[in-house]
Design a protein around this ligand. Structure first.
Ligand code: HXC
Length: 511
């Protein structure tokens, strides 16, 4: 065979492998690794390398050797910006991670870190390759170390498109965002068979670690979609809000539109009865650029809403209490969800908008015994630590510790505004008058009437935004319909924010 023929034969063998993979994956309603890569990248921009890397002999005993060792790696463009990606091929030894496979992933992690570009992992894997033993485990360790080294420097995204079992779950867990698909992706440390054997519990793969379980219950998945194409297309959308690395500026969109006619609606969105709920997402969608709000962790801890949006074309991160769910109280899951989002935005210089309506931390034996003190401290820590521009708007309730936590002035809030409906105080009227006016209430001939009168007095004299405004703790009480314009101006003022931190290795967040 001539040299050219040898070369062509190798290419032909690679194409044949891809066709065989397509048959196997399409039967299951799944795409091949290269098809997934093509959905992720701008057309024709993917540059693949290491396609002919061979697996270890031990993995292939008795089998025909294959090229690539079950993973496709390379670099392409997403909306014109450089992104590195790997896609595991389940048709090769179940996408399991052997040494060569692992080193291909580690190679693009190294390149992405050097070049300041995000990494996207498209995962479909049975975990550590059993035949390769310790070599496979050491390859995973290298990937995990690289995940941690890159954390806060380049965005890292994992998309689970099949099984992610054993070691396959820990790289996603170390990355910034996890996407899953419904009914076709699973994440678990040990599968249903082991659960049955060890604990005698019956559960299937979907029930143990399906997309909805991780999106709603564990919080491991930030996003879940019905099919692979949607999941991958939304990775493109997510990347459109993020800088390529922690030194690059945030992306700016030139196409700025907003709901001009709806701004007035904000003046009547807060119900007269302060115990009545409303949907904070309505406020977000009116204030930010038209249709740019992209919610993160939509199904998890819904009492707090977090996500990206654009304001005047620039990316911002939003953290908002949700009065519609559990009255917007802060519980353990909401604190963790909020803290993680704040820290991500801070790492990538994405300014923060905080919309506050929170009666306090959730009381209860379960919350206390599960560590609401420790977990609530994470959110407090994250806001105090964040040096990006931070603007808080108090929409309604802002009581006690929750007032302090949600980026209050003295934790380092740059601008703190309030709507006239704001109630800022140490505690809500119901609790406060029972302590401060105990004697009057005990002596009252008509308890209910006295309670009502004292509540109104408390709201009028104490639980309003004006005391805080007089102390400079609220920079200005604003008309709700002016919120968008106020925010654009305030973020503009803060755009050159400088900060200095005392030297240290790193802080010690209460994990
Ligand atoms: C080697 C593997 C493999 C693995 C699957 N295969 N997992 N080969 N190492 N870890 C191979 C199978 O032998 C099979 O090969 C092919 O991939 C397809 O697998 P099936 O079982 O036929 O597919 P399916 O029924 O869809 O089930 C997929 C699966 C299951 C749920 C992922 O294969 C499974 O449970 N695999 C083991 C998962 C696991 O326990 N991994 C943990 C490893 S320990 P043939 O030749 O028959 O087609 C680990 C520890 C690391 O990861 C810890 C780091 C922190």
């Amino acid at each position: 065979m001539s040299k050219n023929e040898v070369f062509e034969q190798r290419i032909k063998a690679l194409h044949q492998m891809e066709s065989n993979a397509a048959v196997k994956q399409h039967i299951k309603g799944k795409l091949t690794a290269r098809e997934r890569i093509n959905v992720l990248f701008d057309e024709g921009t993917f540059f693949e390398f290491d396609a002919f890397v061979e697996p270890a002999q031990s993995a292939m005993s008795g089998k025909q050797s294959v090229f690539g060792d079950g993973v496709v790696v390379g670099r392409g463009l997403v909306q014109g910006r450089s992104v590195f990606a790997y896609a595991q091929d389940f048709t090769v030894l179940g996408g399991s991670l052997g040494y060569a496979h692992g080193m291909k992933i580690a190679k693009i992690q190294d390149m992405a870190l050097k070049l300041g570009a995000p990494v996207v992992g498209l995962i479909d894997s049975g975990g550590a390759r059993i035949q390769e033993g310790i070599k496979s485990l050491s390859a995973y360790a290298t990937i995990f170390k690289n995940n941690v080294r890159s954390s806060g420097i380049i965005p890292q995204v994992s998309v689970i498109l099949g099984p992610a079992a054993g070691g396959a779950v820990y790289s996603p867990a170390l990355t910034d965002f996890v996407f899953m698909t419904n009914q076709t992706s699973y994440m678990f440390v040990t599968g249903p068979d082991v659960v049955k054997e060890v604990l005698n519990q019956d559960i299937d793969m979907e029930g143990l670690g399906g997309g909805n379980v991780h999106a709603q219950k564990s919080g491991v998945a930030h996003f879940v979609y019905d099919d692979e194409e949607h999941a991958i297309m939304y990775v493109r959308k997510l990347l459109s809000y993020l800088p390529s690395n922690n030194f690059d500026p945030i992306p700016i969109s030139k196409n700025v539109q907003f709901y001009e006619s709806r701004q007035e609606f904000l003046n009547k969105i807060i119900p007269d009865d302060s115990n009545r709920p409303y949907d904070v997402k309505d406020i977000i969608n009116i204030v930010v650029d038209k249709d740019t709000f992209f919610e993160v962790h939509e199904k998890y801890a819904q009492n707090i809403v977090v996500g990206f949006a654009r304001l005047g074309g620039k990316s911002i991160g939003i953290i908002a209490n949700q009065p519609k769910v559990m009255a917007g109280t802060l519980d353990i899951n909401a604190s963790i969800k909020g803290a993680r989002f704040v820290r991500f935005c801070d790492a990538y210089n994405i300014p923060l908008l905080i919309l506050e309506d929170v009666p306090g931390f959730l009381p209860g034996i379960d919350q206390e015994h599960s560590g609401i003190i420790r977990h609530g401290a994470k959110l407090l820590y994250a806001f105090c630590e964040a040096t990006v521009p931070k603007i808080t708007i108090i929409l309604r309730k802002s009581y006690g510790g929750a007032y302090i936590v949600m980026s209050s002035k003295n934790t380092g809030g740059d601008f703190n505004f309030a709507w006239p409906s704001a109630e800022i105080a140490v505690m809500g009227p119901a609790g406060a008058i029972k302590i401060v006016n105990r004697k009057e209430l005990a002596a009252a001939t008509n308890y209910e009437e006295m309670e009502k009168m004292l509540t109104e007095k408390y709201k009028h004299e104490i639980a309003n935004p004006y005391k805080a405004e007089e102390l400079g703790l609220i920079d200005e009480v604003i008309t709700p319909s002016s919120t968008r314009q106020t925010l654009i101006t305030a973020f503009d003022i803060l755009s050159n924010k400088q900060y200095s931190k005392p030297a240290r290795k790193h802080g010690s967040i209460p994990l």
